[in-house]
Design a protein around this ligand. Sequence first.
Ligand code: HEM
Length: 467
Amino acid sequence: MATATQLRESPAQGGEYRFPLGFQRNLIWFAWRRFRPANPILLFQHLAEKYGDIAHYKIGWNHIVFLNHPDYIREVLVVQNDNFVKERTVRRSKMLLGEGMITSEGANHRAQRQVAQPAFHRQRIPEYAGTMVREAGRTRNAWRDGETRDISVEMMHLTLNIVAETLFGTDLREEVNELADAINRIMGLYNFLVMLPAAEWLVHARPPGLAAFVRARQRIDAVVYRMIEAHRREKSHHGTLLDLMLAASPDRTAASEKSLRDQVITIFLAGYETVANALAWTWYLLSENPECERKFHEEIDRELSGIPPRYDDLPRLRYVEMVFAESMRLYPPAWAMGRYAQHDFRLGEFFLPAKTTILTSQFVLHRDPRFFPDPLRFDPERFTPEAKSRRMKFTYFPFGAGARQCIGESFAWMEGVLLLATLGQKWKLKLVPGHPVEPQPLITLRPKHGMKMVVQARRPPQNFPPA
Ligand code: HEM
């Protein structure tokens, strides 16, 4: 790990804190205007370039430490995990998600994770494959040769339907536009919310801007509550995630209804936004790298012979999986993560105070040439089993790590590969010439201007049964 000289401060009880190098002046006065919260990735990249593996700065009274080395990341997410909570780093996300699995802590988090776990069990995951391929088949059949589509929107609608069907046993096709629009609206306001002091309190007063947020949240809530009610009426017991959640909250007090809503909306958002963005970036990268695209189609044709993919085909769709992995290296949907220290702690040679915020960025570490030579090159071969086994652990962590690692990881890998294979059997997607492509770090890493692509039928046309 890099060494750094220290800033010193007197801790409350003896000893001396040792801080890594970093901005000497308070970020509020110094760099805030230069980097603007609108693009925190620029700030993180600057910290990594200038200070290496670990950097320190302050915003107001708050100490912030940015980590850019796998050893430090492992230390915080796994080894000393008990000392770190997400509290504060997810404060703004709570305005939408409430106290769902992503934002909750302690006993509440453990209980929610336990309730949801069976729906993500290895034995359950294969059951979802059929729905994924069927939904992808619908999208595939709706496209026409030569037309231009915003692939970002297409992937959002597709993955939203899949989460609704697989995990909530609900057909949301009628409502998908309304739900996606409302979530888009909130995402559009996200940077404004992040910058606004005390937004979570101001929201009750509804100043302009926040009123739009409240309206969008009400629309989302209406869809979620309708879905919960319909499920209760039908008394469905198919063992979906929603059934598990309903069984775990039998009373209908306002608090437990609100908790149910938070849990549902969390899985919705976590389960569709991330995968949809990963897929939009993947189609873009394939379009820009024709040789990889050729191998991708070749594998799909060879392994599937024109038949829609099934769960059992997954082990043979190795290159498709490598493409998806490499895409999440360059454009990780979860582009940064935060933790908040409850007690003083040591990190390598540094001794840091309680209440320090720890930040780390998948986007920055995944592009570090020490771990990924020639990092900007799209190269799925980085994810052969041999290449993976040579790489240090925690250099690639699109799904996080430790106790809070993504519960939907297996679901997401399967969905990504099946959707790419189903759509790739019939279509090639080409970026519209001149369409601007720029990552926008909101809750997830979205293409800022969408992803306008031309849908091209592959020649010779495949002759396969409808998925
Ligand atoms: C490409 C797709 C996905 C990516 C990149 C991704 C990424 C992540 C990351 C990095 C975390 C950890 C955040 C942290 O520790 O601060 C996380 C947590 C979580 N993810 Fe995912 N995720 C994906 C797909 C999914 C899917 C499909 C679902 C559900 C259907 C899901 C549900 C969750 C939940 C509930 C958590 C919170 C887990 C906990 O705190 O115990 N994710 N995800």
